[in-house]
Design a protein around this ligand. Structure first.
Ligand code: ADP
Ligand code: MG
Length: 703
């Protein structure tokens, strides 16, 4: 039996490698790997009694075996169990199959009965010699991969479950309070035993009932681990050091405030103060600035950057797309460059598509410290980028970045660390920004370690955007509407959707829409923006639109975030039913940026002969009903669940596997309380609990 710990030094076998690939390294990982479903192998069926579509287990004698070459090479084996016959069909097989299934052999087979032209058959059944003892319990079927046979995984899980240290980590008062919520006692060991090996009579029922004591126990433990790791991360962070970035009287920050063409809103002043206070403390800031699209987050970030620069440090600002980074760059350069130049400093720009020479120049400016502010895409966190003194990192649209990328940014001051030598290593303050507010339950669980500032006020003079639904057949009327809008000197966005993740189709669709609209609107400059354009071309198109020389901009979703053109007052989103809710909201935020009333038209159409899915309808309905980003986020969470919402799936962050924030809020409350309790009264138990649940993954939670 594989014991990954014991065999750590020997080369791994193929199934062992497959286990590792699934993240099943320790005994406890296997013990927490729960079945997808169960198969009942406790009894045998008679061929006379089975019907098509049924999953069966038979014992029968092989009466015929042949390899047929037409229409495809296959092994055909005929069985007879005395009550009837059936054919086994294998398209991939080895000589060992033929030997085990030779005429006269008595075998036990399992699979799904299919009907058909040649009589009943089973494709690729599982088989073994007949006569072995039948299992007394249901057989679990685990999530697995092609390289990992079920039988192997099943044995590995059973062995690991028996071997695992599942001793109680909860002290009596914590346990008592849980038992009251749990509707009955159930230790972790009992819970796992029940969930892996339910009694045959309980069948699926016990497993399906997520309210059972076994499930409640598992979910509570998981939530506790998550809360503990958040609390530990917070404590750890409080023990780390960051540079003191104190405001300077009459410094850059004051000058920037004086130079802005508008007054800050009360909300901007308030969050600005929250951030300023954090920066002036020697602990690393870890703050999320959330505010709806158009709330004015950029200027708040610029003021924070100015404070860092005043204190003699550098600031890095990272945006998820090149266009957005570019817009920030243009805006920040406009604001800050005139103020930085007299001080001999500048703003640097880093992106993936940069020419080598330009990039090297930028890297030199960053390394020397002359670049007080560095704006860019992920390129900012790449290995070769060395900061002289990075004091503040700002991450815009933080949910678009993976956790690993955020961690990398934090590690960036490691480059600056040698300079501080004997002192404790410092790390930069981090300000994250998001237009997708985090609903409360998520904030409590995934971001318990985060301070949150909220811009709950839009700059004055904005008119709310009116959202309308329009069925696809009314497209022609809509084009007339666009014509009228353009005639008034206003500008229009026309967004085409992503077609099944295919960039090529995506492009051809946007191009044909572009051609169609150009033909329908003679005399109008119609632009086209998509992800395949070279950065300089994108820049040129955007510049024309921003300058008002282009009336209509057809684009794929590349304009999703941050683009700011106040004169654009109509947005058409084609096939709106294919977009996610937060994406629609972000897109809609591109209009309503000026004084004129703006409209967002959601064109929708189901494929021929079909109806829109429930989910698509719910999204469109939400868009019409509310313009409030918080409400949108709440509904989005409801519709999608937290996994996708966090965008962390690919980044390796451990999402909740068992608990569900919507239905397990009572357990979350318990876990929050229990985490503090455990850390204070029994740190060793807390450590053990964390180790058990998160092991090596716990680092991710600190990002
Ligand atoms: P977001 O929060 O979506 O990033 P931006 O920072 O892009 O919003 O701001 C949207 C627009 O509002 C920008 O043109 C910005 O210059 C402008 N703006 C920001 N703050 C104010 C304010 N207090 N008064 C007027 N306009 C403002
Ligand atoms: Mg923004």
């Amino acid at each position: 039996m594989p014991n990954p710990q014991a065999s750590a030094r020997k080369p791994l076998s193929a199934p062992q490698k497959a286990l590792h690939k699934l993240g099943l390294e320790r005994d406890i990982d296997l013990a927490l790997h729960l079945p997808l479903r169960f198969e009942d192998q406790t009894r045998l069926h008679r061929l006379a009694d089975v019907r098509e579509g049924q999953t069966v287990q038979l014992e029968a004698v092989v009466t015929h075996s042949e390899i047929r070459l037409q229409p495809r090479r296959q092994l055909l084996v005929t069985l007879d169990d005395g009550s009837g016959s059936c054919t086994l069909r294998f398209f991939s097989f080895y000589p060992s199959h033929q030997r085990a299934l030779a005429v006269g052999a008595r075998v036990r087979v399992r699979g799904e009965i299919r009907g058909g032209f040649l009589g009943r058959s089973i494709m690729h059944p599982a088989f073994e010699a007949a006569g072995g003892a039948l299992p007394s319990a249901l057989t679990p079927v685990y999530p697995s991969s092609a390289q990992l046979p079920q039988a192997y995984l099943r044995k590995a899980v059973a062995a690991a479950l028996a071997r695992s240290d599942l001793s109680e980590t909860l002290p009596p008062p914590v346990l008592e309070r849980l038992q009251r919520l749990q509707h009955g006692r159930c230790s972790l060991r009992e819970a796992l035993q029940q969930l892996h090996q339910p009694a045959p009579d309980a069948a699926g029922a016990a497993y399906e009932d997520r309210g059972s004591p076994a499930w409640q126990r598992l979910k509570a433990e998981e939530l506790l681990a998550q809360q503990l790791s958040q609390l530990c991360a917070k404590r750890e962070r409080d023990a780390r050091r960051a540079p003191l970035l104190c405001a300077v009287p009459d410094g850059l920050q004051q000058q920037l405030l004086g130079a802005l063409p508008f007054a800050l809103t009360a909300a901007q002043r308030r969050v600005g103060q929250e951030i300023a206070r954090d920066l002036a403390r020697p602990l690393p800031m870890h703050r999320l600035l959330q505010g709806d699209v158009g709330a004015g987050k950029t200027v708040v970030a610029a003021l924070a950057a100015a404070q860092a620069i005043d204190a003699g440090w550098q600031c890095a600002l990272m945006a998820p797309t090149e266009i957005l980074a570019e817009q920030h760059f243009a805006k920040l350069v406009g604001w800050l460059e005139p103020l930085l130049a007299p001080r001999g400093q500048c703003v640097a720009w880093l992106t993936g598509s940069q020419k080598k020479k330009q990039r090297n120049d930028m890297l030199a400016l960053i390394a020397s410290g002359a670049a007080a502010l560095v704006v860019g895409t992920h390129a900012v966190i790449q290995q070769q980028v060395r900061f002289a003194r990075l004091g503040l990192a700002v991450i815009d649209e933080q949910h678009r970045f993976g956790v690993a990328q955020r961690l990398a940014l934090r590690n960036k001051t490691a480059a600056a660390a040698p300079a501080q030598q004997a002192q404790q290593a410092q790390e930069p303050h981090v300000l994250m920004m998001s237009a997708t507010p985090i609903p409360r339950t998520l904030a409590m669980s995934y971001y318990a370690d985060l301070d949150v500032s909220t811009l709950d006020e839009l700059p004055p003079g904005r008119t709310p955007v009116l959202t309308k639904l329009l069925a696809a057949p009314r497209r022609a009327a809509l084009i007339e509407r666009v014509r009228a809008q353009l005639a008034q000197g206003q500008q229009v966005y026309w967004v085409c959707p992503l077609i099944e993740e295919s960039e090529a189709l995506d492009l051809s669709n946007a191009s044909s829409t572009h051609a169609e609209l150009s033909a329908a609107l003679p005399g109008v400059t119609v632009g086209l923006l998509h992800s395949r354009l070279a950065p300089t071309e994108k820049k040129a198109v955007m510049a024309q639109f921003v300058a008002g020389q282009m009336g209509l901009l057809v684009s794929t979703t590349v304009i999703e975030v941050g683009v700011d053109v106040p004169n654009a007052t109509l947005m058409v989103i084609e096939h709106a039913e294919r977009f996610g809710l937060s994406q629609l909201h972000q897109l809609r935020g591109r209009v309503g940026r000026g004084a004129a009333a703006s409209v967002c038209v959601l064109l929708y159409g189901a494929p021929e002969g079909e109806r829109l899915s429930e989910l698509a309808r719910a999204r469109l309905k939400a868009m019409v009903e509310t313009g409030d980003g918080f409400e949108i986020a709440r509904r989005d969470l409801e519709l999608r669940g937290p996994g996708e919402f966090l965008g962390a799936r690919q980044s390796g962050a451990p999402l909740l596997r068992f608990a569900d924030l919507a239905s397990d809020a009572h357990l979350l409350d318990w876990a929050r309380w229990a985490a503090t309790e455990l850390l204070e009264k029994d740190p060793a138990a807390a450590q053990k609990h964390l180790q058990r649940w998160l092991g090596s993954k716990s680092d991710y939670l600190k990002a």
